[in-house]
Write a protein that binds this ligand. Structure first.
Ligand SMILES: [Zn+2]
Length: 249
């Protein structure tokens, strides 16, 4: 390893240790090597955590994921230690935490607790619930609109609670097909309706990038259960979706 005019030969264990200290202190690996040469092993190890500025990093549970992102950076960038990337691991982890926060929620229980008694037994539809989810195959977002229809039996639910249920299922590692099925199952179990219909229209970034497709290419998935399998109810719902328009997210 080169540090200024010196060539420092390190064991892989020591290299990893210095790299970890550099990351914790937001220093370059070269800076840490220079300190190592100046202060010697004894003095250096006593100051191993000098200048630590990220409270998250003191926790081994968050440090390890950050090191994993750093490893990824070393694959996708030729200068992964450059200053512009110092906060990238933390930013990436914060964003992925946000995109998967729904995994801590039980959407069925949350919706069931908010349902309201109602004698209404006619078709109820909800169009264009926007969502962002994370493809579990590539960890890239897919996003779009969810369209819901249900025929209640004894219970109905407010707009905000239905929207939260969709968000909870979306904000986790997902596949569009499973997201569609889970929303349908969630509505069935939480509201005990006579019928449920779910249509999801989404843009899959990973597929569009891999296949060089236009980002406007969208995928549609659907699931119908109970009385929503009835042609008349289903046609009414699908016509409403068409009338909603070809809005692009
Ligand atoms: Zn994917």
């Amino acid at each position: 390893m080169r540090s200024g005019k010196f060539v420092l030969r390190l064991s892989s264990e020591m290299h990893d240790k210095l790299k970890k200290i550099a990351f914790n202190n937001e220093e370059s690996l070269n800076q840490v090597c220079v300190r190592f040469l100046e202060e010697g092993v004894q003095g250096f190890s006593k100051k191993g955590s000098r200048g630590h500025r990220h409270p998250h990093c003191s926790n081994p549970e968050t440090l390890q994921p950050e090191l994993a992102v750093q490893t990824l950076l070393s694959v996708v960038d030729s200068l992964p230690q450059r200053v512009e990337l110092k906060r990238t691991p933390r930013r990436v982890l914060d964003l992925y935490t946000q995109l998967t926060k729904g995994r801590h929620i039980d959407p069925i229980q949350a919706l069931a607790q908010k349902r309201l008694s109602s004698p209404h037994q006619q078709l109820i539809t909800l169009h264009g619930i926007r969502f962002v989810s994370l493809c579990e195959h590539h960890l890239m977002p897919f996003y779009g609109d969810v369209f819901l229809a249900y025929i209640p039996d004894q219970y109905i639910a407010g707009l905000s609670h239905l929207t939260k249920m969709v968000e909870s299922y979306a904000e986790r590692l997902q596949l569009q097909e499973r997201l569609t099925d889970e929303i349908c199952q969630g509505l069935r179990q939480a509201l005990n309706p006579l019928g449920v219909g779910v249509v999801v229209r989404a843009t899959q970034l990973c597929l569009n990038i891999q296949q060089g497709q236009s980002l406007q290419t969208q995928f549609m998935t659907s699931q119908f259960w109970g009385e929503m399998q009835n042609t008349t109810s289903q046609n009414t719902f699908m016509h409403q979706i068409q009338a909603f328009g070809q809005r692009v997210f």
